[in-house]
Write a protein that binds this ligand. Structure first.
Ligand SMILES: [Ca+2]
Ligand SMILES: [Ca+2]
Ligand SMILES: [Ca+2]
Ligand SMILES: [Zn+2]
Ligand SMILES: [Zn+2]
Length: 450
């Protein structure tokens, strides 16, 4: 249960909004579709198509333009394999592993332990067996290299490419190389060796990159200190397709691997929903969907792809605040992409009594400059200008009749109020407060399956 956080977004002024990466002039230019048509023979179109493909892969609005946000994703530390690499598989099920080179600033015995734990994750769910040997002929040779190491893919120093692996095959096939210039670590400082090793061993066994942001085979490095690296449901499915399966019962944890939330899941519920500039963001666990008015598609992506890794998963409530000044609370305030100084703070300093440990949802009324917080079957009205709670809480059912409590999330969108509870969202008129429709949560994402 990690639901103690309230994340508030500040959108102070129009000028600042324009400076934000989510809405650069570049992005706005993409509505001009004629440019695409005019240039399609010149190769520019091809470039744009590639950019769009890349943006889709990472859950960004597929504008085809090199936006600041796209650039940020491209600059993230990542694996050196191209996302369209053709892969094959090993014939056998028993692999000899050799670890070479002792030139590391981290203890070798610990490195070996990390590698063993990493390949065990793969052998836990398949009939594959790994044996570490020091003899020369090995299927998978693991090495750390500086810069150019004569395999046609030189490393680039600290940052950028972290490691690469060769698809299964003879000789260099199945081998894994780590960039010795990285600050490898066993925790969240620097680059976590365990997380990268699991990913690279996946390649060594024949797995390509996965577009599932919850998969270990997703290309950008995204170690989250609150989340132990592990194979996701998709990773397990993919490796079992290549080498055969073991049942979940044989898994040491006896628990099925974590599944990335799916927008077509009829039971899908949200942790929080908010407007952010022209977009609507839907949060779930470590993930979010971004609905942009210019693009029909909504792709899932990691929350950490937009905000710093310090923002926790399983958010309680998120809202975009148009007023600049803030008070002390146990919550998170982000200005643009950065955490505001002094946050997170205690929720009680907002004026909540000590019995309120977390909020379920928040709704920000920008014109009247107040925010409604939902807790259990109550709602609290917080005056953003005077920075104080207004009076006692009211019962939610008095304000919004027909909504089951507690709520999961709340948002204004297209002139309506949407309150989320379980797999349904309730659409209320902004002016009359009347309940219009009860819809599936994925109505806006959308899911075409039903
Ligand atoms: Ca090899
Ligand atoms: Ca590097
Ligand atoms: Ca919530
Ligand atoms: Zn990779
Ligand atoms: Zn190499």
């Amino acid at each position: 249960m990690l639901c103690l956080y309230l994340l508030t977004l500040l959108m102070p002024s129009q000028t600042l909004m324009m400076a934000l990466p989510l809405r650069t002039p570049d992005l706005l230019k993409t509505t001009d579709t004629n440019e695409d048509d005019d240039n399609w023979t010149t190769g520019l179109c091809d470039k744009k198509m590639k950019m769009k493909k890349m943006q889709r892969f990472f859950g960004l609005p597929p504008s085809g333009e090199l936006t600041k946000e796209t650039l940020a994703v491209m600059k993230k530390p990542r694996c050196g394999l191209s996302d369209v690499e053709h892969m094959n598989i090993f014939n056998g099920k028993n692999f000899i592993i050799r670890i070479t080179g002792n030139k590391l600033p981290i203890p070798v015995s610990k490195v070996h332990k990390v590698f063993r734990a990493a390949w065990q994750l793969w052998s836990n769910v398949t009939p594959l067996k790994f044996h570490k040997r020091d003899r020369r002929e090995a299927d998978i040779v693991i090495s750390f290299y500086y810069g150019d190491h004569k395999d046609g893919s030189p490393f680039d120093g600290k940052g950028g490419i972290l490691a690469h692996a060769f698809a299964p095959g003879h000789g260099i096939g199945g081998d894994v190389h780590f960039d010795a210039n990285e600050s490898w670590s066993f925790n969240s400082t620097g680059i976590n060796l365990f997380a990268v090793a699991i990913h690279e061993f996946g390649h060594a066994l024949g797995l390509p990159h996965s577009p599932d942001p919850g998969a270990i085979m997703y290309p950008p490095y995204n170690f989250d200190p609150g989340y132990e690296p592990q194979l996701s449901f998709q990773d397990v499915k993919d490796i079992q397709k290549l080498y055969g399966e073991l049942s979940w019962i044989q898994l040491p944890s006896k628990r099925p691997p974590p599944k990335t939330p799916a927008k077509c899941d009829p039971d899908l519920s949200f942790d929080a929903v908010t407007e952010l500039q022209q977009e609507v963001l839907f949060f779930k666990d470590r993930f979010m969907w971004r609905k942009h008015p210019q693009f029909d598609e909504t792709r899932i992506t990691l929350i950490s792809s937009l905000w710093p890794d310090t923002v926790p998963p399983n958010l309680d409530a998120v809202y975009q605040n148009v007023i600049q000044k803030y008070i002390s609370v146990y919550y998170w305030v982000l200005r643009q992409l950065n955490l505001e100084e002094g946050f997170p703070r205690n929720l009680s300093t907002l004026g909540f009594p000590s019995r309120i440990k977390s909020v379920d949802a928040a709704l920000h009324f920008r014109n009247d400059r107040y925010t409604v917080f939902f807790t259990g079957d109550e709602c609290w009205r917080y005056n953003e200008q005077q920075k104080m709670m207004e009076g006692s809480p009211l019962l939610i059912e008095q304000q919004w009749p027909g909504i089951p409590t507690p709520l999961d999330a709340a948002v204004f969108y297209n002139g309506f109020t949407y309150l989320y509870s379980g797999p349904y969202m309730h659409e209320y008129s902004l002016s009359t407060g009347r309940l219009y429709r009860v819809l599936r949560n994925n109505y806006f994402l959308p899911c075409s399956n039903f």
